[in-house]
Design a protein around this ligand. Structure first.
Ligand SMILES: Cc1cc2nc3c(=O)[nH]c(=O)nc-3n(C[C@H](O)[C@H](O)[C@H](O)COP(=O)(O)OP(=O)(O)OC[C@H]3O[C@@H](n4cnc5c(N)ncnc54)[C@H](O)[C@@H]3O)c2cc1C
Length: 496
């Protein structure tokens, strides 16, 4: 195959991967996912919606203000500006692909979520927004002549030639390996929530793209910043905890303790709609004190079937009628603000390797993501990267010897379960140096943990969290206040 014919390989079929692939036309694209579209990606689970300043009195500047406030000012301002300035265009583009956003009469219906001062969240199919967006992108990608689909497989190594990405190695469900050449590769592999015991993320959100990029020598950024959603359904089990959307609080639901006292009363001017990190910590503290936390949505009126079909079905599956009964909730790992360090155009430090969506970190979310900004990020930055790939012939190095950079050995099921419990304990909503150091030592002395790529990833997160000695955004150190002298660390720490 000549260089001109080699495809761009996009790893990941969530919103970010699909938006990138679509925008890369007419370049040939090979799309690779571990499962069929929608099976194992966070995009399909998104309930809240997509943020865009389309309401009366709203503007991109207002949206940017809320994004920066949630991100604790750790955001890259030009990345935020680009995101909010392109939000309305992204919504219009999704409409052209057939997404039918919910309406209020003849206008688009706009909801509100934590950290937003105005109503600016669009939904599609009520709280099934992510699935609606993904279905439209999927249909468009199936129609697109420039996109080819690889049968479901795991990308477990990168092929490098002259320090430049020239392909990937895939492993199918039967364990068969195959090397696929490409002109450029894009990692759109999602987040890392599945490395925590309590998480809303699907099992596939295990940070494997991040591990691959780091194994190849690409720097990561802001690994310590993990967002915890305050209201996952508190049920026993090993996998993803069902999410109880924040939009319910936007519609009037409130958090309370066993006695019915409001958990967020007097804690923040936005009360139950305060930024997520703050709400998650308050809920965590109620649980740590031995109580339970509840979301009381009994005051939410209107058509539940239309507005909250997903939450309604989840609750009923667990024997709860949310219209009349309180919902037990717990915080859970939800969104990774950190990731593979990329520039504004999604370039990593390795030639020919790009990253986009939750696996990437271009600084747009800062230390804490504003609700409903991540579907938007995947679409806006995916389209930007796709257009770049369409226009520029970066072309991989096609001569000389090559080497395989492998992600490494996978943790056994029992080692993974131990690692997830350890991450939750040491890297959860409330952190302290002693617990994190103990966790590091534990991984270091346990061969089953530290030899796995998941163990290495958790190690890097612990190191980053220890390095950042002050609390910032979603990274909360309860030992920070106790220290006499606080060593300052650079605002944006680069972990190589
Ligand atoms: C329950 C829940 C609710 C949410 N609600 C909202 C919301 O309302 N609004 C909002 O903006 N955000 C929301 N989010 C966050 C948002 O859904 C994600 O940040 C976003 O969808 C990530 O998109 P992505 O394309 O980067 O990754 P994903 O959608 O997770 O897709 C990752 C893809 O990578 C593939 N993959 C991973 N590793 C490999 C590998 N090694 N080889 C091959 N393929 C691989 C997977 O198969 C998958 O196709 C929510 C998240 C969750 C979990």
């Amino acid at each position: 195959m000549t260089g001109a014919q080699l495809p761009v390989i996009v790893v990941g079929c969530g919103v970010a991967g699909l938006a990138t692939a679509l925008a890369a036309a007419p370049r040939p694209v090979l799309l690779i996912g571990r499962q069929t579209v929608g099976q194992d990606c966070a995009s399909a689970l998104a309930q809240g919606g997509i943020a865009a300043a389309m309401g009366h009195g709203d503007s991109p500047a207002e949206h940017a203000r809320d994004t920066l406030a949630a991100g604790a000012g750790h955001n890259r301002p030009d990345a935020v500006r680009y995101l909010v300035d392109h939000a309305v265009v992204a919504v219009r583009w999704l409409q052209t692909l057939g997404v039918e956003f919910d309406r209020d009469g003849d206008k688009l219906a706009l909801g509100r979520e934590g950290g937003h001062h105005l109503h600016r969240i669009l939904h599609a199919g009520g709280d099934a927004s992510g699935a609606a967006l993904l279905a439209a992108l999927h249909r468009a990608a199936l129609r697109a002549a420039h996109i080819q689909w690889q049968p479901p497989c795991d990308v477990d190594a990168l092929l490098l030639r002259d320090q430049c990405v020239a392909g990937v190695r895939v492993r199918d469900r039967d364990g068969r390996e195959n090397a696929l050449e490409c002109s450029e590769a894009v990692l759109a592999t999602g987040g890392i929530g599945a490395l925590f015991a309590a998480t809303t993320n699907p099992a596939g959100a295990d940070g494997s793209g991040l591990a691959l990029a780091m194994a190849a020598g690409a720097p990561a950024l802001d690994l310590e910043f993990m967002q915890f959603h305050p209201t996952a359904l508190a049920v026993a089990g090993n996998g993803a905890l069902p999410l109880i959307t924040e939009a319910l609080r936007g519609a009037g639901a409130v958090l309370c303790d066993d006695d019915g006292a409001r958990i967020m009363a007097g804690r923040h001017p936005l009360a139950d709609l305060a930024p997520r990190d703050l709400v998650a910590r308050q809920v965590w503290q109620v649980l740590q004190a031995g109580g339970r936390a509840w979301l009381d949505a009994t005051a939410v009126t209107g058509d539940w079937q239309r507005r909250f079909p997903t939450v309604d079905a989840i609750c009923r599956r667990h024997g709860i009628d949310p219209r009349t009964q309180r919902i037990p909730v717990t915080p859970a790992a939800h969104f990774h603000m950190g990731g593979i360090a990329v520039d504004f155009d999604g370039r990593t430090a390795i030639r020919g390797l790009h990253a986009v969506g939750e696996t990437a970190c271009n600084g747009v979310h800062g230390a804490n993501r504003l609700a409903s900004n991540s579907l938007l990020e995947g679409i806006v930055y995916g389209r930007r990267l796709g257009r770049l790939l369409a226009d520029v012939r970066l072309s991989a190095c096609r001569s000389g010897s090559h080497r395989l950079v492998e992600r490494g050995q996978s943790a056994t099921d029992s080692a993974l379960a131990e690692l997830r419990a350890l991450s939750w304990r040491a890297l959860g909503p409330v952190r302290d140096g002693a617990t994190m150091r103990q966790a590091l030592a534990h991984i270091h002395h346990d061969a089953a943990l530290h030899s796995s790529w998941q163990g290495k990833l958790v190690t890097r997160m612990l190191e980053a969290a220890l390095l950042r000695r002050r609390s910032l955004g979603a990274h909360y150190r309860q030992d920070a206040e106790k220290r006499q002298s606080v060593q300052s660390v650079p605002l944006r720490s680069l972990q190589g």
